[in-house]
Design a protein around this ligand. Structure first.
Ligand code: C2E
Ligand code: CA
Ligand code: CA
Length: 634
């Protein structure tokens, strides 16, 4: 109203204003109004003219513009990085840089504008400069957006990870006029990513690289078809588990950590160390000269570990696998399995010392054979029918006192079309390792019982048959019950049954084993200790053993062939056994001279090639008949 009064009084000549009207339907109309005096000369009353222009649209546009300016400044001031417009040149000469530049780079925008103090290119960490240039070149040609992560060096010299998002600005001719984009600080995200990556690639306990990382490295080589000479050295420390039982988990864990520390001193760019699984380390050696270099380095490892474990007296196995350039095809899983096989072979073959074992064709053939044997045994174990592939031979044991056959030892044999005849020295350990000895052992027992019944049919009802029983069988809680069950099912008299248990069984579980033995003896079964003298039950402990007979190991029988027979302790073993109330059997007797000595020293039971090799069932019965005759009619 003020303006109108001033207009009326002639103080101002016109005025304008924006005004808002509300229409009857409630919608708003903005108008621009110009008011001026209207001078009509023959009309004395004051009048004025008012021009009203609808400006609703313009008002809305202005409002939106304000809003966008405001949000742009909010966006820019909170952006964890900078916004730029720059020339497409090697310097990335800046035409515009937002204030965020300072907190991102430590330089104010003015320093960078038109390269006043330095160029943006100077801030980019040198190793990325060429890549960035090439990438821009590439995307501009295709008019694609730019996106790249790289590191910058800030004013304080610190490195920072950034993500740049940008695009080219083109003129009508299609030439690049400028580049525009943002550079964001992603160091937080990178730090999290790095931590994640570290955890994914490292073993938490030892801080060494883990199995997954080894696999990823090997996979990468396969993908890139890298042709570098590479080998894996596996260090198998599984023996420390023995110490876990004694001193606890923490103790062995600490030992492993120490080993990790000691071994990691030998790491170089071409020699990475991994803790691939509990108690197993792997060195991955790249670009080595020859086998000798691997052996030499393995010897260094051995020295280190021997020194470290000298008080704990544990050893381990070293397996070496050379990754042949063409071997990439066989798969990483198989490679690692082969390495494990080599290191395990080294542990099992050499026990107390660290020995190096290469994975080569010989070992491969051995492993394949073991697998074939295991397969064959598996098939036999699940086969309900009696299978001829597993059969028994019987080796006579004679009694020199009565000059008669006192019994047979049942010895298991395996013969398949593929494998031929397999020695029990080879397949029994496999059955033990795989626990197949339980079903296979039962089949052996059944076969031996059938033989006893066959002998009975032929009126040889006093002949005993002794069966070899492994520790695993003996410690199986069902063993005695199952044995007694079979005996009653097959109507076997316990006086015909003998059991041979190797001496090494007594090294542990003495009490448990003695309980089982007592049960068996109470049932009337004879028990013999096999391989006596070689193992753990020293003669002193032997009186704790509740057994009938000691089978003196072939080693002591062989000693009787030595030049100075008087030095043989075989006679001492015999007399000691007798004093403790056990009978003795000599095994592996091959020569008359041995037989003579044994007889002279009171060992009357003899088994060995001198009497007979192990015989098939029919031959064993023939032998019995012949032997009987030879006694009757000398
Ligand atoms: P062992 O119980 O000590 O059996 C004696 C081994 O010496 C047998 O070997 C036998 O053939 C061999 N032998 C007998 N007399 C002589 C001789 O005068 N000279 C020589 N050089 N050797 C002789 P075999 O049959 O190869 O058995 C090897 C081992 O396999 C056995 O040693 C036994 O520990 C194990 N074994 C055999 N059958 C079974 C079985 O059914 N169950 C279990 N758990 N182990 C078995
Ligand atoms: Ca035996
Ligand atoms: Ca033996």
């Amino acid at each position: 109203m003020n303006n109108f009064q001033r207009l009326k009084s002639g103080e101002i000549r016109m005025y304008s204003m924006d005004k808002r009207y509300i229409k009857p339907d409630g919608s708003i109309v903005w108008v621009h109004m110009i008011v001026a005096p209207l001078d009509l000369s023959n009309y004395h009353q004051y009048s004025h003219i008012c021009l009203v222009q609808d400006i609703t649209e313009r008002k809305e546009f202005e409002k939106a513009l304000n809003e966008s300016e405001r949000s742009k400044s909010v966006f820019l001031s909170h952006l964890p990085g900078l916004v730029y417009r720059c020339n497409y040149d090697r310097e990335w000469t800046m035409q515009y840089v937002s204030n965020g530049c300072y907190s991102l780079t430590g330089y104010s925008p003015e320093c960078l504008l038109y390269n006043r103090d330095l160029s943006y290119n100077d801030i980019i960490s040198p190793e990325y400069r060429e890549t960035l240039w090439n990438k821009w070149e590439h995307i501009l040609a295709k008019r694609e957006p730019f996106k790249h992560e790289y590191e910058i060096i800030t004013a304080t010299g610190e490195k920072k990870w950034v993500l740049e998002l940008g695009q080219g600005v083109f003129n009508e001719k299609g030439e690049v006029e400028a580049l525009e984009g943002i550079v964001l600080d992603i160091s937080d995200r990178k730090a999290i990513e790095d931590a994640l990556k570290y955890n994914n690639e490292h073993d938490r306990w030892t801080g060494l690289y883990n199995r997954e990382y080894l696999i990823s490295l090997l996979e990468k080589d396969v993908k890139l078809k890298k042709k570098v000479k590479k080998a894996l050295i596996g260090i198998n420390q599984s023996e420390v588990q023995v110490l876990t039982a004694k001193y606890g988990f923490q103790y062995t864990q600490n030992l492993i950590k120490k080993a990790a520390e000691a071994l990691s001193r030998y790491c170089t760019e071409n020699r990475l160390l991994f803790h691939v699984r509990e108690n197993h380390f792997v060195f991955c050696i790249v670009d080595y000269k020859d086998k000798n270099e691997l052996v030499e380095f393995s010897n260094v490892i051995i020295k280190t570990l021997e020194n470290l474990f000298v008080t704990d007296r544990i050893s381990g196995g070293i397996g070496i696998l050379e990754i042949d350039r063409n071997q990439n095809e066989i798969g990483i899983d198989l490679l690692l399995r082969r390495l494990l096989i080599a290191s395990e072979r080294s542990v099992s073959l050499y026990g107390k010392d660290y020995v190096i074992c290469f994975y080569d064709e010989e070992l491969e053939a051995l492993v394949n054979r073991e697998r074939d044997i295991e397969e064959a045994l598996n098939a036999i174990a699940v086969d309900g029918n009696t299978n001829d592939e597993l059969f028994l031979q019987y080796q006579p044991i004679i009694d020199l006192k009565t000059n008669s056959i006192s019994g047979f030892e049942a010895l298991a044999r395996l013969r398949t079309e593929k494998l031929g005849l397999v020695s029990p020295f080879e397949f029994i350990p496999i059955t033990e390792k795989t626990k197949l000895i339980i079903p296979i052992g039962e089949k052996v027992i059944v076969k031996a019982f059938r033989f006893i019944n066959r002998l009975k049919e032929q009126e040889y009802d006093k002949i005993g048959v002794s069966i070899n029983i492994s520790a695993i069988q003996l410690l199986n809680p069902d063993f005695t019950d199952r044995l007694f069950e079979l005996m009653s099912e097959m109507q076997i008299n316990s006086k015909n049954v003998g059991i041979e248990i190797t001496e090494s069984v007594f090294s542990s579980n003495l009490e448990k084993i003695n309980n089982v033995i007592e049960k068996l003896r109470n049932a009337g079964i004879r028990i013999a200790i096999d391989d006596f003298g070689t193992g753990y039950s020293s003669l002193a402990r032997e009186n704790e053993l509740n057994v009938n007979c000691l089978k003196i190991d072939k080693y002591f029988i062989d000693r009787l062939l030595d030049k100075d027979i008087n030095k043989a302790i075989t006679s001492d073993i015999i007399s000691m056994a007798h004093k403790l109330g056990h009978c003795t059997i000599a095994e592996g007797v091959e020569y008359e001279s041995q037989l003579k000595y044994l007889k002279e020293h009171g060992c009357y039971r003899i088994q060995g090639y001198l009497i007979s090799k192990p015989l098939d069932e029919d031959d064993a019965i023939m032998f019995l008949k012949k032997y009987d005759k030879s006694i009757c009619c000398p």
